[in-house]
Design a protein around this ligand. Sequence first.
Ligand code: PXL
Length: 280
Amino acid sequence: MTNKKILTLQDISCYGQCSLTVALPIISACGIETVILPSAVLSTHTGGFTGYTFRDLTEDIPKIKTHWENEGLKFDCLYTGYLGSVTQIDYVYELRDHVLNENATLIVDPAMADNGNLYYGFDQNFVENMAKLCGCADIILPNITEAAFMTNSEICLEHHEEAYVNMLLEKLTALGCKKIILKGISFKDDEIGVVYHDSETGISKYYFTEKIPKSSHGTGDCYASAFTGALIQGLDPYEAAKLACDFVVECIRKTMDDNNHAYGVKFEKALPMLVSKLNK
Ligand code: PXL
């Protein structure tokens, strides 16, 4: 039996249900061995908290990579989430070149913006470097805001038109992006969804779910983790994209009745649903 291993590079936000504290349990629940490379340790995430601590682990990344190389450790997938600097983006290429198996998959979630704004601390230079990384990835998972920033496009957050989505997909393809899952598309008031676009075949496939009128932090990380776990478990990218949509809706549903839980979603309560759908 093969035992595929995913390496994921992103921060640990100790409190806040995002990045590694969701990626590790979600990918593990998908039945995949998950190896973590923490890029930083923060006391909380940066969305809505002030005065958080930030321990930068950038200089540990090449040392950890070298140790793994010396041990002959290799991975079938590298999934990157929130990265704190351009130097960390540069280390993704090093990891790709030195600790991945042949035919491994590079999945990049350019987790740097949402709702029309860059997250605290990011600038145009970071955006340009992230766009370059996305151009080298096998699969990228931007939301509309991230796609617009990376392609210098107008940011349109609702009432999308298909022409707008196609324009973003074309510009992302021009960056070199191969398979694109563009999130947060809304053609109708009560629906939200994703498009899966394969740049090689030119085929786009949409998937929509009900739109729950609640903005939740951390759903992008839940989405990317469920997608990555499902893909490496053997689903094709469109099926994995659909399952990740259903999982995120369930995460939001499980959190909806709690007004003191805006910092994240109660993804733990949605894991049984993810596991049962994945094993069907
Ligand atoms: O969920 C993305 C994310 C991850 N890590 C940190 C963040 C954010 C979003 O704000 O601040 C530290």
